[in-house]
Each structure stands twice: as C-alpha cells, then as structure tokens.
Design a protein around this ligand. Structure first.
Ligand code: PXP
Length: 239
C-alpha cells in the first residue's frame, strides 16, 4: 500500500496573492494530517515565491507525520536543511522563471555537486531523495552517488495525450520502479498526478509514496481540504 504526501506550496501561493498571513500553510498541514496524509511536502525556493522560512520552522515543530523538504542543491538550502532537519530532502532542479519544477534533476551532468549535497545531508541524519525522470541512466547515477530514494517525475505521463502515449510513459515508469528497487533505493513519485490518473499509476505497485499538490489544493478550493485529502487517500491506499 502506498502512502500519500501532500504538497502544500499552493496554499502559500494563495497567501502570496494578497501578501498577508492567510491561508496559513501550517494550518493546512495540520488539516491534511488529520485527514490521513502520511507526509507533508514543501518546496522552499531560492526566490521564496511561496513557502517562507517561517513556514518551514513552524512545520518542523508541528508536523507529526514526515516532513519532506524539496530544495535545490545549493549551499544556502543545504545549510537550512541541516539546521531545520526535515525527515527527507528531495533535491530538485530549480529555475527562477519556471511556473513549477519542469524536469527531473540531471544527476549525470551534476554528479559531484549532487553527491556532495547527498553526503552533507545524510551526515546530518536526513534521508535524501532525487527527483528524476524515469530514465535508466539517471537512476543508475542516483544509486552510484548514494541516494536513498528516487522520486520519479510523472509529468510526462500526466501530460501524455491519448491512451497509447500514456501507456508508453507508464512503461518507462514501471521500468524505472523495477530498476530503482533492484538497486535498493526507495521509490516515490509525483508531479501532475490527479484524482483520475492516480489509478493507473497506483496499479503499477512498487511506489512507496505519492507526492501530490496541485490537484488536491484545487479540489480543496471547491470541497474543502479535509475532503480533498480524504478522497486522495482513498485512491492511493484502497483503489
Ligand atoms: N514532486 C516534486 C519534486 C515537485 O516539485 C512537485 C511540484 O511542487 C510535486 C511533486 C507535486 O506536483 P503537483 O503539484 O503537480 O501535484
């Protein structure tokens, strides 16, 4: 049975729209946990466009499940992670202009930089996951430099048009899951997953945790966060 990690960045994006104090992502995290989320995920971006340092500090004190910090492998972020000590750090690529994280990390090109980041974080007792495309070479590289987990980027699957293209993307993800598991890494997955496409990907098996943000917060606007999280928990765990 997979777990559900809820990404609450979009709650902070709504707060940002008025530059005030609500809605508070810390409150959202508590509601998501009460509704059955197994983890809370936030991305502290270099430009602080949504989640703020204050959120991270408070979330560390209040999250009772697992706190997963998505971040770029920069010196600033590594220092923050080592002082806050999230349970997991997911290293992601970051571009200032992008609307959201666009692609997976290129582990092969940035091998030594990412390896150093992994070492520092693991020395601080933090589990490290790398957000990568479902690509055999990237998975092998992630394993070579000591990643504990990979988070498979499901964006291409989520955006695939037509069943044939979708199934091709699913095969890539399935192969990625098998290889990562064989190499002894844990497997998470996320990006673009929603109440409909989660069923197919969940059926593959082998994914420890799904990391889902946009679709849950979008549904929450209509039906409330408690209900939106419960609906996704049902799909992830029991579909
Ligand atoms: N995983 C990673 C590494 C991400 O950067 C994001 C987006 O913040 C997600 C998962 C969640 O994606 P979505 O908001 O599309 O569910």
């Amino acid at each position: 049975m997979s777990r559900l990690g809820v990404n609450i960045d979009h709650v902070a994006t709504i707060r940002r729209a008025r530059g005030g104090v609500e809605p508070d992502p810390v409150t959202a995290a508590a509601i998501a946990e009460l509704a059955g989320a197994d983890g809370i995920i936030v991305h502290l971006r270099e430009d602080r466009r949504h989640i703020q340092d204050r959120d991270l500090k408070l979330l560390r004190q209040t999250v009772k499940t697992r706190l997963n910090l998505e971040m770029a492998a920069t010196e600033e972020m590594i220092a923050i992670a080592l002082s806050i000590k999230p349970d997991i750090c997911t290293l992601v690529p970051e571009k200032r202009q992008e609307l959201t994280t666009e692609g997976g990390l290129d582990v092969r090109i940035n091998l030594s930089l990412i390896e150093k980041a992994i070492e520092s974080l693991q020395d601080g007792g933090i589990i490290v996951s790398l957000f990568i495309d479902p690509d055999t070479d990237q998975i092998k590289a992630a394993n070579k430099i000591g990643a504990d987990y990979v988070e498979i980027h499901t964006g291409s699957f989520a955006e695939a048009k037509g069943i044939k293209n979708e199934d091709q993307e699913l095969i890539k993800i399935e192969n990625a899951i098998k290889l990562a598991s064989k190499l002894g890494m844990g497997v998470n997955a996320g990006h673009g997953l929603n109440y409909s496409n989660i069923k197919k990907i969940s059926a593959l098996g082998g994914i420890e945790e799904f990391n889902i943000g946009h679709s849950i917060i979008s549904r929450a606007v209509m039906v409330g966060l408690d209900r939106a999280v419960r609906d996704m928990v049902d799909l992830v765990k029991y579909a």
